[in-house]
Ligand binder design. Sequence first.
Ligand SMILES: *[C@@H]1O[C@H](CO)[C@@H](O)[C@H](O)[C@H]1NC(C)=O
Ligand SMILES: *[C@@H]1O[C@H](CO)[C@@H](O)[C@H](O)[C@H]1NC(C)=O
Length: 252
Amino acid sequence: MHFHLFRPEVLVFFIVLPRTFSKTLMSYPASSSDPASNLGYLNLEKTKGERPKANSADLYIKTATDPSGVPAAHFHRKKGYRRAEYHSLFYATEYDTTYYIGYQVMIRKIRHNLVIFQWKELVEQSTQLIPLNLEFSSEHNERILTFNHEAPNSHTRTTFWNRTLEDGVKYSIGMAIHTGTPGGEDGWAQLYWDGKPQKMLDGTHFINGTMVSSQADPKFGAYRAEEFEMDTYVYSVKIGTMSGDVKDVAGW
Ligand SMILES: *[C@@H]1O[C@H](CO)[C@@H](O)[C@H](O)[C@H]1NC(C)=O
Ligand SMILES: *[C@@H]1O[C@H](CO)[C@@H](O)[C@H](O)[C@H]1NC(C)=O
C-alpha cells in the first residue's frame, strides 16, 4: 500500500494548515441585497440609554442605496439620537488572533465627534472602554479623522494617525487588529487607507499595546455627534483571519 500520510513533509502540512487556514468570518456586500443584519447585532440608541431593538423612521440601518443610487447600507439617525451601529463578531473575537477588516464607507456630512468605527471592550469597561476607534475628534478641523488607542486605566485616547476627509466620498478602510493576550501589551493594529499602509504619527506602521482587556469586538456605523442628523452609507464590510480574505474590500 502506498500510503504517504505519515511522511514528514505531509505531517508538517497537516500541522501548519489549521493555523493558516483562511476563514471569512463576516461578509456584507450591500450589492448582494443581503439584509444589513448580516453585519451582526443591531445596536441603536436614541437619547443616552434608550435602546430600541428595531429600526424606526428616525433611527435605522437598512440595505438601500446611496444618494447616487449605488447599493449601500444606509445608517440614519435624526438629530438628538446617539447611535446607529452594527456590532460584528458579537462576543466572538478570540485572544491571540489577527482580524483583517475591510470597510467601505461614505459620510454624507462630516461632523465633529462622529465615530465611524469602534473596537470596543464589552466586559472590563472600567479598565479599558474603547481600545481603538476612528473618530472626528480634532479640535482644529471637524473633517480630520483620527485613529485612536485607549490604554488600560488611562481613561483617555491617544491619537496615532489623522487624515482630512471629504463629505460624500467613498473610502476603503483596511485594518489588521491583533488581539494578543487579555490585558497584555502584545496586541497591535495597522491601518490602510484606500489600500495604502498608513504611517502612524510616531513613524511606525503599528499601534502596539493592549487591544483587549476581556472581550473586545468591532462596531461599524455612526456613534456620537448627536447634535446633528446623520447619514452614512456602508458599501461593504468583510472580516477574516487572513489579509487575502478581505482584499477586495480593504483594497490592499
Ligand atoms: C495630523 O497628522 C500630521 C502628520 O501626518 C501632523 O503633522 C498633524 O499635526 C496632525 N494634525 C492633527 C490635528 O492632529
Ligand atoms: C509592534 O508590533 C509589531 C507586530 O508584532 C512588531 O513587528 C513591532 O516591532 C512592534 N513595535 C514595537 C515598537 O514594539
